[in-house]
Ligand binder design. Structure first.
Ligand SMILES: Nc1nc2c(ncn2[C@@H]2O[C@H](COP(=O)(O)OP(=O)(O)OP(=O)(O)O)[C@@H](O)[C@H]2O)c(=O)[nH]1
Length: 407
């Protein structure tokens, strides 16, 4: 299945909320208009639309990685300054199919055209519901976007952008979905960035986030993808206070086929991180992923714990950690915003992974996060299985969220 279809399928709850809301808004106060449809030749969509993440061939940037198994959520950096993008050629989205970019009425087979129709190149008309984009409609749109977890500021800004140049004009449901999808994609494009991997080894990825956000699962999924891409990976179970958390990480380590370094319950996480760094260096590992505790009840302790982990691993490599990933649970909606604020104070967060986007009606929170913090979104979790971690594609996401057919 194309990833877009999977995402759309899985984001059904977010999508259906917005989609149904937009349908209702246009129908409420809208009226049927009959429009003749111009005979069109199929539109040729620019190639960049179907391959938004690819800028350079994989073998140019990652000579040591097997080209046959590119890693979809990771970007290999050839120098400390990021310069090129990976990885996997996404399957064509519906936007790449010229026939589907034609509006609905034109897609139907034309049985018999009138002489006038044939002479003017117009097809028989079909009624479409349209509504004037006025203050009332804008207000309803703002409310819908807020209810979709985009947050007040982002919802107001997006609505204002939608109104710009269109106020007083009539729009159909399809048009408003398309306009909204364009707005969402524009905001998200700036944050869709694969996890950068720099040449130093072991690359240290510190994983932070509240308990239950999906850290363990994400570490397992990432480890499996790195391994498939030919990298050697070590995981350190840094939440030494919870035996269950360590066990769970071991289960994921087994699934991914990578070693998990643990320490006795209650021992110092920084000391485990130091030992893990030593081991990873000895083993010549490419990557060391360090899980951390997510107890926010005592922020001061957690802050000191994270700071100590960073201090000790810097004794081994002063450029570490090379990435500090904050894992966020999409189902928490607006709460994700305050988690970013908190963890930015606790650690130097370099990027986000958004989990549980499947089966939530709160996918809109990603738009709020991107708009407010501008932190890179490296990957999204769309299920509990090992391969349910995907690179973040802004256009696919915008389409899936709004229910728009094409971008
Ligand atoms: N549906 C879905 N469930 C997920 C996803 N990611 C994680 N989960 C589930 O979320 C629950 C918590 O995930 P964990 O990975 O244990 O979270 P954690 O942050 O490590 O939690 P602690 O071990 O308590 O610190 C588990 O039941 C996972 O299966 C996802 O993308 N989609």
């Amino acid at each position: 299945m194309a990833f877009f279809s999977k995402l759309k399928d899985r984001l059904f709850k977010s999508s259906s909320r917005l989609e149904e809301g937009l349908d209702a808004i246009v129908e409420d106060g809208g009226e049927e208009v009959v429009e003749a449809v111009e005979e069109t030749t199929p539109e040729v969509v620019d190639e960049p639309n179907v391959a938004p993440q690819v800028e350079a061939p994989v073998d140019e940037v990652a000579p040591e990685a097997p080209v046959a198994a590119p890693d979809p959520v990771v970007r290999e950096e050839t120098s400390p300054a990021p310069e090129s993008i990976p990885a996997k050629e996404p399957e064509p989205t519906p936007a790449s199919k010229p026939a589907e970019s034609v509006p609905e009425p034109a897609a139907k087979p034309v049985e018999r055209q009138s002489l006038l129709g044939r002479l003017t190149g117009r097809k028989p008309a079909k009624p479409v519901v349209k509504r004037e984009l006025d203050d009332d409609m804008l207000e309803q749109l703002e409310e819908l976007l807020i209810a979709s977890d985009m947050g007040v500021d982002t919802a107001l800004r997006v609505s204002a952008n939608i109104a710009e140049g269109r106020f007083g004009k009539k729009v159909s449901t399809q048009e408003i979905k398309q306009i909204l999808a364009d707005e969402v994609a524009r905001i998200m494009e700036t944050v869709a960035k694969p996890l950068p991997l720099y040449p130093q080894t072991p690359q240290v990825v510190l994983v932070v986030g509240v308990n239950g956000s999906g850290k363990t699962t994400t570490i397992g999924k990432l480890a499996s993808q790195f391994k498939e891409a030919g990298k050697s990976v070590v995981i350190a179970a840094g939440d030494t206070f919870r035996a269950a958390a360590v066990e769970q990480l071991q289960v994921w380590g087994d699934r991914a086929g990578v070693p998990v370094l643990t320490a006795p319950e209650g021992s110092d996480p920084a000391s485990l991180a130091f030992d893990a760094m030593t081991k990873a260096q000895e083993m010549g590992a490419d990557l060391l992923m360090i899980d951390t505790a997510g107890r926010l009840q005592n922020r001061q302790d957690l802050m000191e714990e994270l700071a100590k982990i960073v201090r000790v691993i810097r004794k081994k490599d002063e450029s570490a950690p090379h990435n500090t990933l904050l894992v966020l649970d999409a189902t928490t909606g607006q709460n994700a915003l305050s988690q970013v604020e908190t963890f930015q104070k606790l650690a130097d967060v370099s990027g986000l992974v958004m989990t549980k986007l499947d089966g939530t009606a709160k996918g809109g929170v990603l738009v709020a996060l991107a708009d407010k913090f501008g932190l890179p979104i490296h990957a999204i979790g769309v299920g509990e299985k090992i391969d349910d971690l995907a690179p973040f594609d802004p256009k696919d996401f915008a389409q899936a969220l709004t229910g728009s057919d094409s971008l």
